[in-house]
Design a protein around this ligand. Structure first.
Ligand SMILES: NC(=O)c1ccc[n+]([C@@H]2O[C@H](COP(=O)([O-])OP(=O)(O)OC[C@H]3O[C@@H](n4cnc5c(N)ncnc54)[C@H](O)[C@@H]3O)[C@@H](O)[C@H]2O)c1
Length: 343
C-alpha cells in the first residue's frame, strides 16, 4: 500500500489488490454508485452486476469527456438518491477517472471517491494525484478541480483485456516518469515492452514516484509541474492529429521536446538520444511526419505559460528536467524545423 497525506483532513491510499473482491468487502453497508464506460462494462458486466450498485456507463473515449457526460452522471447519481455519505466508484481509464472525480467533487459539494483504474495509463498515472477535469470550448481539461480519492485500487488483471494500443498509451506516461527518475529510466530500458507481466511489475514504482511528487506539491505550484514533461507539445499533437490517443501524443511530445532541449538548453546529448530510443521502442514504430498546425496555437493557452512565453518542461539529463520558455513564434518555427529533420 502507498499512503498519501495531503493535510490533517485529506488522506488517500493506493492499494494493489483484486478490485472486485475489495469492493464486495468494503462496500457492505455503504451507499455507493458505480461510474464506468461502455467499453469497460462490455468486459466486466458479470462482475459489476454482482456488485448490485446503481450504475451509469458513459460512451467510451475522450470525445465524451464533456459537460453533457458530467451532467448526465450527476443526474443519474441524484436519481439513485445517492446521499452526502455516498461513495462514487470510478471504474475505468483516465477519462472515467477524470469525469468521475469531478462529479464526486461537485455532487452535494463533495462525496467520497474511490478510483479503480483499468488502463495502464490510469494505473501508472491518472488515478493518483486528484486531478479531475472535462474538456471544454475545445480546450483539454479546461474545467476541473483537485479531488483526492479515498482509495485507488490497482488490479493488474484488468490489463489482460486491454487492446495493445492502450498499452502503448500507458507506456507514454511511463516513459515520462522515466524522464523524471533515473532509476525508472534504467528499469524501463531493461524491460521487454511487449511483456505485460514485466510492465506490470513497474506499476508500483511509477505510482510511488507520482504520489511522492504530488504529495510534495498537491496544488501544482512547484515540483508537480515536472509531471508536465513533454505535455505542451503532446497536447498540440493530440489536438492536431485525429485518432492520436493521449498516450501516443505524450510519446510524440517527449520526442520533440527532447530535440528542443538539445537546441536550446545545456544538456546531455547522449542521454537524450537514449531517451528518444526509449520513446520509439514504446511507440513501436518511427515517428513519421506529424502535422501540428491546428493544435499548436493552443499552446498559447497552456497553464504553465508566463510573461507571454510558451513554457515547456523538457528532459535535459538522466532524471533531470528543465523549464524552457520560448516566444510562441519561435516555438512554432522550431517544431516545424524538427519535423522537417524527420522527412
Ligand atoms: N487526472 C490525471 O492526473 C491524468 C493523468 C494522465 C491522463 N489523464 C487523462 O486520462 C485520459 C486518458 O485515459 P486512458 O488512456 O485511460 O483512456 P480511456 O479512459 O479513454 O480508456 C481507453 C479505452 O480503453 C477502454 N478500456 C478501459 N479499461 C479497459 C480494460 N481493462 N479492458 C478493455 N478495455 C478497457 C475504454 O473503454 C476506452 O475505450 C485523458 O483524458 C487524459 O487527459 C488524466
Amino acid at each position: 500500500m502507498i499512503g498519501l497525506h495531503f493535510s490533517e483532513h485529506i488522506q488517500s491510499a493506493v492499494l494493489f489488490t483484486p478490485a472486485f473482491a475489495f469492493l464486495q468487502e468494503r462496500l457492505v453497508g455503504r451507499n455507493a454508485f458505480l461510474f464506468t464506460d461502455e467499453g469497460v462494462l462490455s468486459h466486466y458486466r458479470a462482475q459489476t452486476d454482482e456488485l448490485g450498485l446503481p450504475c451509469f456507463a458513459m460512451p467510451a473515449g475522450e470525445a465524451h469527456k464533456t459537460q453533457e457526460t458530467l451532467f448526465s452522471l450527476l443526474g443519474a447519481m441524484s436519481a439513485a438518491s445517492l446521499g452526502r455519505d455516498g461513495v462514487l466508484v470510478a471504474l475505468g481509464g483516465g477519462v472515467v477517472g477524470d469525469v468521475g472525480g469531478l462529479a464526486a467533487a461537485l455532487y452535494m459539494r463533495g462525496i467520497e471517491l474511490w478510483q479503480i483504474p483499468t488502463t495502464l495509463l490510469a494505473q501508472t498515472d491518472a488515478s493518483v494525484g486528484g486531478k479531475t477535469a472535462i474538456d471544454f470550448c475545445d480546450v483539454k481539461n479546461l474545467i476541473g478541480v483537485v479531488k483526492q480519492p479515498q482509495y485507488t485500487v490497482v488490479d493488474t488483471a484488468f490489463l489482460h483485456t486491454l487492446p495493445p494500443r492502450e498499452i502503448i498509451c500507458g507506456l507514454g506516461e511511463m516513459v515520462k516518469h522515466a524522464g523524471l527518475d533515473g532509476t525508472l529510466f534504467d528499469a524501463l530500458r531493461a524491460c521487454d515492452l511487449r511483456d505485460l507481466a514485466a510492465i506490470s511489475r513497474l506499476i508500483p514504482a511509477n505510482l510511488r514516484l507520482k504520489a511522492e511528487i504530488v504529495q510534495r506539491d498537491p496544488h501544482d505550484k512547484g515540483v508537480r509541474r515536472t509531471l508536465n514533461l513533454g505535455h505542451t507539445t503532446a497536447h498540440a499533437a493530440e489536438l492536431s492529429v485525429a485518432g492520436l490517443s493521449h498516450g501516443e501524443a505524450v510519446l510524440v511530445g517527449l520526442w520533440y521536446e527532447s530535440k528542443l532541449a538539445e537546441r536550446h538548453m545545456p544538456c546531455d546529448v547522449e542521454y537524450l538520444e537514449a531517451f528518444r530510443a526509449l520513446v520509439l521502442r514504446a511507440l513501436g514504430h518511427d515517428l513519421g511526419s506529424v502535422d501540428f498546425s491546428s493544435g499548436l496555437p493552443l499552446s498559447l493557452r497552456d497553464k504553465k505559460n508566463a510573461d507571454g512565453l510558451v513554457t515547456l518542461v523538457v528532459p535535459v539529463r538522466r532524471g533531470e528536467t528543465a523549464e524552457l520558455r520560448l516566444p510562441y513564434a519561435e516555438y512554432a518555427r522550431e517544431i516545424v524545423a524538427i519535423g522537417e529533420e524527420l522527412r
